[in-house]
Design a protein around this ligand. Structure first.
Ligand SMILES: Cc1cc2nc3c(=O)[nH]c(=O)nc-3n(C[C@H](O)[C@H](O)[C@H](O)COP(=O)(O)OP(=O)(O)OC[C@H]3O[C@@H](n4cnc5c(N)ncnc54)[C@H](O)[C@@H]3O)c2cc1C
Length: 412
């Protein structure tokens, strides 16, 4: 290390790169390379922020399908610009140098366009990108087009497809959703899959399940059985590609290989975020922080168990861990809060193994908070009997947790 201060170069200013830079900034000279004009990565510019800006307005207004997509787009663009600008100020105020250029690695040396940069440690947090399929749209395009539609065809029924489908339905559009599996969210939990699939169908989304797609174009999708579904627009919600170009010398398959400390197989080069194969912004943030701490000499493991996942429709869908254990299902219609708010839908399923909570799924108002609290029990391995002293506010949706834990304890 020169002048006793460690030099770190980070490539990619998405959640992983930004949080890593901020964590490092007190103890190292940090340079962040970002090829986009704006900071924040996929999450801020194309993913979490535009979609949640639009969804939040639809959720707040609950019944309103008279909001226009263009008004919501304006709202989303304001969120994007505000957050991106505030990141710029934050990084600047922490003394982090930002270079807007394409970064790449050659013989373990980082380059930003034509300049090579000296670094003691490097973090690759280049995330993923879309590859264009002709004029077919992606959810990522939502904030950046003025188009409106009456009929929308969506390919892919995971989190992204469910959010987009619910959003379009709320906006009064005719929605057709295609997925290759027989149920939506098939790989998480059977109860959740069945309930969510039924819910989307009941609100009027036309589902095509167990259907493989053979052809997609701008306005139509052809299924393998030759059925053709046409609309004003087709949106594809899966299939992002890792940004590995320029970093191929780091051992990888689809994603960069890292050990539990987020070290790649090249000394002093770390990787974090979607480029290592995680798929959420909060995992990217956590990985960025863990990588930073390890670069600073700590030895922190990146622990993937018990990280909550949320799908932002109404009611919310959230899940954590695995439901492959001893489970109970609590119907949230029995909660005082549900009665007070005249809600009609909801459940929390929670599971244990060897006297520890191992997972939960929820489809209910505030599922995000309920599941995040349960994730604390999982990540800190709190035993079931120690949860007896958990007290939740009344009347709240969080009481679903204590009710379900009681059921689990009584089941034995
Ligand atoms: C539609 C959509 C909705 C989403 N919603 C949510 C959500 O609600 N919650 C959630 O947790 N996650 C959500 N995600 C996922 C989330 O966006 C990603 O998990 C997160 O952005 C990953 O962060 P990252 O830092 O690893 O990479 P990214 O955010 O992809 O950032 C990588 C950055 O690196 C830059 N870069 C790449 N290569 C280079 C290079 N060679 N030189 C310089 N710069 C480079 C890119 O321009 C980019 O800015 C969503 C994703 C999508 C697509």
């Amino acid at each position: 290390m020169k002048n006793n201060i460690m030099k770190v170069v980070i490539i990619g200013a998405g959640p992983a790169g930004v949080y890593s830079a901020l964590t490092l900034s007190k103890h190292a000279k940090v340079t962040l390379i970002e090829r986009e004009e704006k900071l924040g990565g996929t999450c801020v510019l194309y993913g979490c922020i535009p979609t949640k800006s639009i969804l939040s307005q639809l959720i707040i207004s609950r019944q309103a399908s008279n909001m226009s997509l263009n008004t919501l787009r304006e709202y989303a663009l304001t969120s994007i610009n505000t957050i991106s600008k505030s990141l710029e100020h934050l990084l600047n105020s922490h003394g982090i140098e930002v270079i807007h250029a394409n970064g790449f690695l050659r013989s373990s040396m980082v380059h930003a366009s034509n300049t090579s940069l000296a670094a003691d440690k490097v973090l690759v947090s280049t995330g993923t990108r879309r590859e264009r399929l002709g004029k077919v749209k992606f959810t990522e395009d939502l904030a950046y087009t003025n188009e409106d539609y009456n009929k929308v065809v969506i390919v892919g029924g995971d989190a992204g497809g469910i959010e987009l489908g619910w959003m379009m339905k709320k906006l009064g559009k005719e929605v057709h959703l295609i997925d290759k599996n027989d149920l939506l969210l098939q790989n998480i939990d059977r109860t959740l899959s069945e309930i969510v699939t039924n819910f989307l169908s009941q609100i009027g989304i036309k589902l095509y399940l167990g259907k493989k797609v053979s052809k997609i174009d701008e306005t139509s999708v052809t299924l393998e059985d030759n059925q053709k579904i046409s609309g004003d627009a087709v949106f594809v919600t899966f299939g992002r590609k890792p940004n590995i170009e320029g970093f191929e010398e780091i051992p990888h398959e689809k994603y960069i290989y890292v050990d539990e400390y987020l070290r790649t197989q090249i000394p002093n080069i770390y990787a974090a975020g979607d480029i290592i194969g995680t798929f959420t912004a909060h995992e990217a943030i956590y990985a960025g922080i863990i990588a930073a701490k390890n670069m600073l000499g700590e030895k922190r493991e990146f622990i993937v168990e018990g990280i909550p996942k949320v799908i932002y429709i109404y009611p919310q869908i959230a899940y954590v861990g695995t439901t492959n254990g001893n489970c109970v299902t609590f119907n949230t219609l029995n909660l005082t809060r549900t009665i007070v708010e005249r809600e009609s839908e909801g459940f929390l399923k929670i599971c244990e193994r060897d006297n520890r909570v191992i997972g939960a799924v929820a489809f209910m108002p505030y599922a995000e908070d309920v599941i995040s609290l349960i994730s604390v029990l999982i990540r800190y391995q709190i035993s079931l009997k120690d949860t007896i002293d958990l007290v939740m506010p009344h009347p709240s949706y969080l009481e679903a947790i204590t009710e379900a834990l009681n059921m689990l304890q009584s089941k034995g």
